[in-house]
Each structure stands twice: as structure tokens, then as C-alpha cells.
Design a protein around this ligand. Structure first.
Ligand code: SF4
Length: 381
């Protein structure tokens, strides 16, 4: 197994609690023209089944897990229903085994949500793009209005209330990478996930579904240089720190650099169906291949997370998610790149994942930059 791989059990569940959103982000993989059952949300019956089964699994292992509340926009569930879902963790006996985190666009944050986050000790991730221009171009209301100013106001409010907040940004090649990092720094962000646009080799071959990745290599190299400049450790960026850790043979938990065991995470859809990491939803959305749905549902009479773990591990092994693609083995940056996210490697030419990532060009340049920096950091300091 590739040395970067980490945990060996299902320790993160991404729970898609609601299929609606108050924004219409242009790159959204979830809320778009193809969204089925828009407006549906998780029922008490489904969340109870989920809790009871996850409690049995974690208590049997004597381990802890995490629920990441996701949507759509999870706060659209409303204060009362969300509080009911959190109270159910105590009532079902899941609470001692679980940490909660919530991913939000933050536009609904108010005093009542801040009380809720404090009361249930929920960490929060806010989706904000790397600078105002790219945020306002992509993260828009249904009327097409940009939302950067409101998002920054919510971030400040959360910080003032002492809520631990990280940010999640989608890398935009149209932006200068140096400007992107200084913009995030100016917000006082201490932890950021910069995600590469979700895609795969099959999608990139089709002009109707391809994502423009041409400017991504320069963006990442410039962003990396700005990030290490001045040797200021106050802002962690997981994509960059994962590459550095992997250069030293360390384990990481970042799927984007092949660093985590893909079988440590599953998605629970609003109807209770259990799915692979959201990268795989792209294969089903564009009718390229299966792979997202496991066919299991937490409400099935015979559902157990132990069975789900076995099935997911078999899938991960089948698609090579636990090893480098063959062509990557001789690559000079393979140790830091990790072959990229397993979902980004799929190619319909041979219906296999045994290919370099669709992000290969960008990851290669960033990998070279990372190794060069580690050999000689002085040019940037
Ligand atoms: S840079 Fe490309 S070839 Fe090298 S390990 Fe990464 S995906 Fe594979």
C-alpha cells in the first residue's frame, strides 16, 4: 500500500441533510439542472437509523467518528429540526462516539445559529472562493448576485463569537494565485482547503462537460510561492501541507493528494442511501459510469456499517484507490502527488481508474515546486 494512506475504518460520514440551497454556485456538483428531488430533506426516521447503526459500528470498534453536515445548504433545515437531529444523538447513544462539523455558505448565520453551534460544539467550514472577483462570479444567488461581502461578514461574526471556522475554496485558474493567498490571509483565515475543480479524464474529453484547467498549474505554483513566502505558519492549506508531509513519507488525510484511505469516508444521501466520496457522483451525473451509489441504505433491515465498510473497501481496491496508477509509478513527484484524487483518474477509454489524474498537469507542476522548495527554500523567504 502507498505509504500515505491513513485510517482503516469508516470514520467520516458526509451527511447530505437537505437537497436545496439559497445559492446557485456555477460549479456546484450537487445543486444544478440535474438535481433530483430538489427540496427534499432527511427524515427523523432516516437520521435515527443512521445514528443507531453508526453507534453500533463505532462502539463495537471502540473508536470515534465524525459527521460532516452537508447539503445543499444544511442551515436551510431550520433551527428547530437541526436541534432535534442533534438531540437525537444523545437519545440514540451516538453522542459519546461522535464529533460534528458543518459545511455552509454562511449566509444564514445569525445569533440563533451561533448559539446552536456553541450548544452542540459544532465546528464549521465556510465556503468562500479565493478572492472577491472569483467568488462573486461563481457563488451567486438564484438572481445571479455575488455574495462575497455577506460571506465575509458572516466569517467575521463567527470569529468574533469564538466559533472555530475553516474555509473551503475552489481553485480558480482565472485568478492570480498570489492574490488568492493574500486575499485569504487578509480575512484572517487560519485553515483553508483549496479544492481542485471536480472532474475526471472521461469528462475532460467531452467539450460539453470539460472543465477549463489550462490556468490551474500556474495558479497553484503562484499560490504555493505566496503561501511559503515569509515562512508565516498562520494559515494552513491542506493541499500544500499534505504534499510537504507526503514528501517526508508522512500519512495525511487528504484524498486530493491520494493521501487518505478512500474507504475511511462515505456519503449518506438525504434518502439514507450510502455512497462513495462525492467525486464519484460526477461519473453518475454525466452518465459516464457507476461507482457513486453502493446500493446500500441505512434504513435497510440488514444494513450495518461493518458490511458497508467491507463493500467500500472492495470497491476501493477494484478501482485502485489504495495504490498509485501504473503510469504514475515512474513519475518523479509521485510521492507528493499521490496520483491525485482516485475519482479524478477515471477514463472511459478502458473503463478504468488506472490513469494519471485529470489534474495531472497541475499536480505535476505543484509537486515539482514543492520538492524544489524543500531542497532550497531560500528564494522565497
Ligand atoms: S503528477 Fe501526474 S503522473 Fe505524476 S503522480 Fe501525479 S497524477 Fe501521476
Amino acid at each position: 500500500m502507498y505509504p500515505g494512506h491513513a485510517t482503516d475504518y469508516l470514520h467520516i460520514l458526509v451527511v447530505k441533510v437537505i437537497r436545496s440551497c439559497n445559492l446557485r454556485c456555477r460549479y456546484c456538483y450537487y445543486i444544478n439542472d440535474d438535481t433530483r428531488d430538489y427540496g427534499s430533506s432527511m427524515s427523523v426516521e432516516t437520521v435515527t437509523a443512521l445514528y443507531e447503526r453508526y453507534r453500533d459500528y463505532l462502539s463495537g470498534l471502540g473508536r470515534e467518528g465524525a459527521i460532516v453536515w452537508h447539503g445543499g445548504e444544511p442551515l436551510m433545515l431550520g433551527h428547530a429540526r437541526f436541534a432535534r437531529f442533534m438531540d437525537l444523538q444523545e437519545e440514540t447513544g451516538l453522542a459519546p462516539f461522535i464529533h460534528n462539523r458543518l459545511q455552509t455558505n454562511a449566509l444564514l448565520i445569525d445569533d440563533a445559529w451561533i448559539d446552536f453551534l456553541h450548544r452542540y460544539d459544532i465546528g464549521i467550514g465556510v465556503s468562500i472562493d479565493t478572492d472577491q472577483a472569483s467568488h462573486d462570479a461563481n457563488r451567486v444567488t438564484p438572481k445571479g448576485e455575488g455574495t462575497y461581502v455577506q460571506t465575509v461578514a458572516a466569517l467575521n461574526r463567527l470569529r468574533e463569537a469564538g466559533i472555530g471556522t475553516g474555509v473551503l475554496s475552489v481553485a480558480a485558474g482565472s485568478v492570480d494565485g498570489r492574490h488568492a493567498i493574500s486575499s485569504l490571509r487578509s480575512l484572517g483565515v487560519s485553515s483553508a482547503d483549496i479544492l481542485l475543480p471536480m472532474t475526471n479524464n472521461a469528462r475532460q474529453k467531452n467539450a460539453d462537460t470539460a472543465v477549463d484547467l489550462d490556468a490551474l498549474p500556474d495558479f497553484l505554483v503562484d499560490a504555493f510561492r505566496e503561501w511559503v513566502k515569509g515562512d508565516d505558519p498562520s494559515m494552513r492549506i491542506r493541499l500544500f501541507s499534505s504534499m510537504i508531509l507526503q514528501a517526508f513519507g508522512r500519512r495525511t488525510t487528504f484524498l486530493g493528494t491520494g493521501g487518505a484511505d478512500m474507504s475511511s469516508l462515505a456519503v449518506v444521501e438525504t434518502d439514507g442511501s450510502l455512497c462513495m466520496d462525492t467525486e464519484y457522483s460526477q461519473l453518475e451525473r454525466f452518465r459516464i459510469a457507476g461507482g457513486y451509489s453502493t446500493g446500500l441504505n441505512v434504513k435497510d433491515d440488514d444494513f450495518t456499517f461493518a458490511r458497508a465498510e467491507t463493500l467500500i473497501k472492495a470497491f476501493v481496491s477494484q478501482v485502485g484507490g489504495d495504490r498509485l496508477p501504473t503510469a504514475c509509478k515512474s513519475c518523479e513527484v509521485a510521492a507528493v502527488c499521490g496520483g491525485g484524487h482516485p475519482g479524478s483518474r477515471y477514463d472511459d477509454a478502458d473503463d478504468s481508474h488506472d490513469h494519471p489524474s485529470a489534474h495531472c498537469m497541475a499536480l505535476y507542476r505543484l509537486g515539482q515546486e514543492t520538492l524544489s522548495y524543500l531542497k532550497n527554500p531560500h528564494p522565497y523567504l
